[in-house]
Ligand binder design. Structure first.
Ligand code: PMP
Length: 375
């Protein structure tokens, strides 16, 4: 299978798997145990934490290890809002967020919060002028993702951090799950930031929440008090060590990989240019190309490519089982037939030129095969 679904998940680095194995064999101990082996494991944990903070250029931050970005987003939103209720009830967010943000915010509405959506510009970034209009003394929480998982648009995080300086009551959360190695963003000043190792060639089941001030958070589930009493549960040390390794490797090769993927991105776009019913979403981060076969269903295109040994996704793996129109594509004012016929092609460090050539041929063949349904 030729893999073009790297926004859903990535193949782990061999080195990350080796680090996972070594830590599992030599440091399987509980980092909370007070015997020498436990202390050795705890030392390794702290070394990995410090390395990740340094690599992210967030040395003044703390880092809470979690199981996933979904968990990190839940902790940031639920724990913050428990505390903030008395200070205000308005939450601002983009229209582009992942379900692990949107669905948590929908839950918070039941607790009396109001959720307002910041408009989206034609290029898939949030409208900062609209954000300015929405800001007022009732706003306690703003959450905007760093890089959108459907079309790859990179959000103006630094500008938003700057705008929020005048509102000290507001907690600013960024879901940076898709951005690691893909966009060089400055997160300093953001209150909490979520990441997930399996999106940057680490292993699954490990994520993180960077925190500017630990005192702003509290646990949303209770237990033995691990991870600053915010995320109890025996720490996944092998996953963490593998995540530190994957992060170092990802950031180290990011420039070279992104350059290559930019070339591939252009090649794919050029490859479908002559196909009349194919509609391309605006260009954004190079690893994602979102295109629609207008008139067809995205699932049909995904299946036709799958039969040819090529793996792509409909709008997103998480949402593709739901029969609703994708929010990101709706926010960009796409017609229904464009949204229904959309597929997401997402590349990664392992994508080769030959894979891209095969993909283009397959896209052209599928287009021919679909024939009259396309318009
Ligand atoms: N946020 C974004 C933007 C994502 O793309 C994803 C993964 N699809 C998540 C959050 C959830 O990540 P995880 O799988 O680690 O829970």
């Amino acid at each position: 299978m030729i893999y073009f679904d790297n926004a859903a998940t990535t193949a782990p680095y061999k080195e990350a798997l080796e680090a996972y194995m070594t830590a599992s064999e030599k440091y399987f101990y509980n980092t909370a145990s007070i015997h020498q082996s436990g202390k050795d494991a705890a030392r390794l944990l702290e070394a990995a934490r410090a390395q990740i903070l340094e690599l992210m250029d967030l040395k003044k931050y703390d880092l809470v290890f979690t199981s996933s970005a979904t968990e990190s987003n839940n902790i940031a939103i639920q724990s913050m809002l428990k505390k903030k209720k008395q200070f205000g009830k308005t939450i601002l967010t983009s229209e582009l967020e992942h379900p692990s943000i949107v669905n948590v915010l929908e839950e918070m509405k039941k607790d009396g919060f109001t959720v307002k959506y910041i408009n989206t510009m034609a290029d898939g970034t949030v409208d900062l002028e609209h954000l300015k209009i929405l800001l007022n003394s009732d706003v306690v929480f703003v959450t905007v993702m760093a890089l959108n998982n459907i079309i790859g648009s990179v959000q103006p995080i630094k500008e938003i951090t700057g705008m929020l300086k005048d509102y000290p009551k507001i907690h600013f959360h960024v879901d940076a799950t898709q951005a690691i190695g893909k966009a060089d963003l400055d997160y300093n000043g953001v209150d909490t930031i979520s990441i997930s190792a399996h999106k940057f060639n680490g292993v699954k089941g490990i994520g993180g929440l960077f925190v500017r001030d630990l005192a702003t958070l509290r646990a949303v589930q209770y237990g033995g008090g691990h991870e600053y009493n915010i995320r109890s549960g025996t720490v996944n040390l092998p996953g963490i060590v593998a995540m530190a390794k994957a992060l170092r490797l990802t950031l180290g090769e990011a420039r070279e990989v992104n350059k290559r993927l930019s070339r591939f991105n252009k090649k794919i776009r050029d490859g479908v240019k002559g196909l009349k019913a194919v509609y391309l979403q605006p260009e954004a981060a190079p690893y994602i190309v979102n295109m629609s076969f207008a008139g067809a269903k995205g699932e049909v295109v995904v299946n036709a490519l799958s039969k040819r040994g090529i793996a792509v996704s409909t709008t997103s793996a998480c949402a593709s089982k739901l029969a609703t129109l994708n929010e990101t594509l709706l926010a960009l004012d796409n017609e229904d037939k464009i949204i229904e016929g959309s597929i997401r092609i997402s590349m990664g460090r392992n994508t080769a030129e030959d894979d891209v050539n095969k993909l283009i041929t397959a896209l052209q063949e599928v287009y021919e095969e679909l024939g009259d349904v396309l318009k």
